[in-house]
Design a protein around this ligand. Structure first.
Ligand SMILES: CC(C)(COP(=O)(O)OP(=O)(O)OC[C@H]1O[C@@H](n2cnc3c(N)ncnc32)[C@H](O)[C@@H]1OP(=O)(O)O)[C@@H](O)C(=O)NCCC(=O)NCCS
Length: 262
C-alpha cells in the first residue's frame, strides 16, 4: 500500500472527526425522539413487565414476568389507621406483595401490603385488595371489587363488578360471584369490639363451583356448599347445602340441583 502524505492523513482525520460529530448529533436526536425508559420497579425481573406511567409501586413488591400495571394503580400500599377504625391495622410483619406471571392490574386498582396473587390473574380497574389476601391463578376481580383483609380466593374464581368480599372470607376454586354481592363478617356490627364475641369476624365460606347470584348478601360465617346456587338478591342467613338452589329473603332451599355432569 502506498504511504499517505501528511496532508492526506490530516484530511482523513478531519473527515473522520466531521463524521463522528454527525453521528453523535444523529444519536442525540434519536435519544430525544425515544421515550424515556421506564424505571424498573424494585423486585421486577429484567424486562417482561410493563409499568404504565402513573402507577406507583411501594418497596417490597415482587413482580413476575409479563405483568402489566395500568396507570394510577398502587401496589404495596401500607395499611394505616387514623384511630378511627375499630380493628387495629399495622404494616408490621406483613409479607411483600407477590404478583405472579402475566397478571394484569387495572387503572387505579389498589393492592395493599402482604397480598399474594398467583399467575394469569386480573385485578381490574379501581378494584381494591386489602392486606393479607391471597388470590389464586387465573382468578378475576372485575371493576370496583373490594376485598377486605385476609380473604383467600382460590383458582379460576370470577368475582363480578362492584362486589364486596368481607374480611376473613374463604372462596374456593372455580366459584362464580355475580355483580353487587355483599358479604359481612360481624353480626354485632362492632358493638362488642373487634375480635371479640361469638362471631370473631367470621367471613362466609364459598365452596368449590358454587354460584352466587347478583345482588345477594352473604351474612357472617355462612357456608355455601359445593355446586350450590344462590339466587339473585337472596339474603343468606344459614348454611346452604351442597348442590342446593336457594332463593329469597331469607334464602330458602327451593330444590336440589342435579349432580354436575349428571
Ligand atoms: C335462581 C335462578 C338461577 C333460578 O333460575 P330458574 O331455576 O330458571 O328459575 P325460574 O326462572 O324458572 O323461576 C322459578 C320461580 O322462582 C322465582 N325466582 C327466580 N329467581 C328468583 C330469585 N332470584 N329470587 C326469588 N324468586 C326467584 C320465579 O319468579 C319463579 O317463581 P314462580 O314459579 O312463582 O313463577 C335465577 O332466577 C337467578 O337468580 N339467577 C341469578 C343470575 C345472576 O345473578 N347472574 C350473575 C350475573 S350474569
Amino acid at each position: 500500500m502506498m504511504a499517505k502524505s501528511a496532508r492526506d492523513r490530516r484530511r482523513g482525520s478531519e473527515s473522520r472527526s466531521v463524521t463522528s460529530r454527525r453521528t453523535a448529533a444523529a444519536a442525540a436526536r434519536a435519544r430525544r425522539r425515544r421515550p424515556a425508559a421506564e424505571p424498573r420497579p424494585p423486585g421486577a425481573p429484567e424486562g417482561g413487565w410493563r409499568l404504565h406511567n402513573g402507577a406507583i409501586l411501594y418497596p417490597n413488591v415482587r413482580l413476575g414476568r409479563d405483568v402489566v400495571i395500568f396507570p394510577g394503580a398502587v401496589i404495596g400500599r401500607p395499611p394505616m389507621s387514623s384511630g378511627a377504625t375499630i380493628r387495629q391495622v399495622s404494616s408490621d410483619r406483613l409479607a411483600p406483595v407477590e404478583i405472579g406471571d402475566r397478571c394484569v392490574i387495572g387503572s387505579n386498582a389498589v393492592i395493599y401490603m402482604g397480598v399474594t396473587i398467583g399467575h394469569h390473574a386480573m385485578v381490574c380497574d379501581t378494584a381494591c385488595v386489602r392486606e393479607g389476601c391471597e388470590i389464586g391463578n387465573y382468578s378475576l376481580l372485575a371493576m370496583g371489587v373490594t376485598v377486605n383483609y385476609n380473604t383467600r380466593i382460590g383458582e379460576r374464581v370470577k368475582v363480578m363488578d362492584n362486589t364486596h368480599l368481607t374480611g376473613n372470607m374463604v372462596i374456593e376454586d372455580d366459584v362464580f360471584i355475580g355483580m353487587l354481592v355483599t358479604s359481612a363478617n360481624d353480626n354485632t356490627m362492632g358493638r362488642v369490639g373487634h375480635g371479640t364475641g361469638d362471631w370473631l369476624e367470621r367471613g362466609p365460606v364459598v365452596r368449590r363451583f358454587a354460584r352466587v347470584g347478583q345482588g345477594s348478601c352473604l351474612l357472617p360465617g355462612v357456608e355455601i356448599g359445593e355446586h350450590a346456587i344462590v339466587g339473585a338478591n337472596a339474603v343468606v342467613t344459614r348454611d346452604v347445602p351442597p348442590r342446593a338452589l336457594v332463593m329469597g329473603v331469607p334464602a330458602r332451599v327451593v330444590r336440589e340441583l342435579a349432580a354436575p355432569g349428571a
